[in-house]
Design a protein around this ligand. Sequence first.
Ligand code: ADP
Ligand code: MG
Length: 278
Amino acid sequence: MKRAITLWSESGGVGKTTMATNVSAALGRQDERVLVIDLDPQLGSLTDHVGYQELKTGDRDHLGHVLLDDEKDIRSLIVETEDFDLVPSHEGLANIESEMAARNTSLREFQLRSALKSVAGEYDYFIIDPPATLNVLVDNALVAARNVLIPIELTRKGSISIEGLEDTLDSMERGFKKFDDSFELGILAVVPNEVGDSNIYRDTREELETDGKPVTPFGVRKRDVLKEAWKNQMNLFEFAESDETRDLREYEGDLLANFEQLARIVQQGTVDAVEVEA
Ligand SMILES: Nc1ncnc2c1ncn2[C@@H]1O[C@H](COP(=O)(O)OP(=O)(O)O)[C@@H](O)[C@H]1O
Ligand SMILES: [Mg+2]
């Protein structure tokens, strides 16, 4: 395994799942072996996005069992999607915190990390999509991944939220170091999402750059085609190929390029992996 990544932000709906899906697809299309782990039990999770929602309900083995029981192998849960492998989420994950407490699970935040060890040799990248609320699942995502991609809105609110996230990551890092000396959490990139043309976007980007944040030289534009792809239960690359007659290519091309650029950042481990655009 070359690298593990999680997406994080303080608020829901900023594009974590969309980014996780399409960066994973971009990596998969470069013949990287990608395992996506969906930790979000709610509606609108990555598992729903790529069309496996039926796996989220019912009495079946799921990720929650793996996190609660060291004997259960995560491998048995993996399904193949078009461009990457997926460990689907399950609504039962919503109770994980109380179940861990009831069972007195030790080192609760480290369960996903140890569960992934058994498949580490088979993948190049783990991409972990966390739930919206800060809970033990987010801790598991951060501990397992250690590299964080942060989608933000390029507004005052977005730039303030980065400060808060950095503080939270610092204090988590200090906390986890107590269990593992070498533990480090790093922001791989801050990725502006739903960007448009107004000056506010440019000004906020400049502020972030001046503050030394690892903001990507591009932003993902606000495009309904992302919602359309979701509705059709496909990642954007798949969706772009799904109907030759539809005239999407011109305006979706920049989005596909952005996800490829993000994939390069993931591969090289630095935001400098992409050229700054004019
Ligand atoms: N760049 C974008 N342009 C248009 N819609 C977007 C964009 N990014 C995300 N969305 C839409 O916004 C909604 C929330 O995105 P999602 O990825 O689920 O966020 P999160 O995982 O952070 O909650 C989804 O309907 C998604 O299709
Ligand atoms: Mg999400």
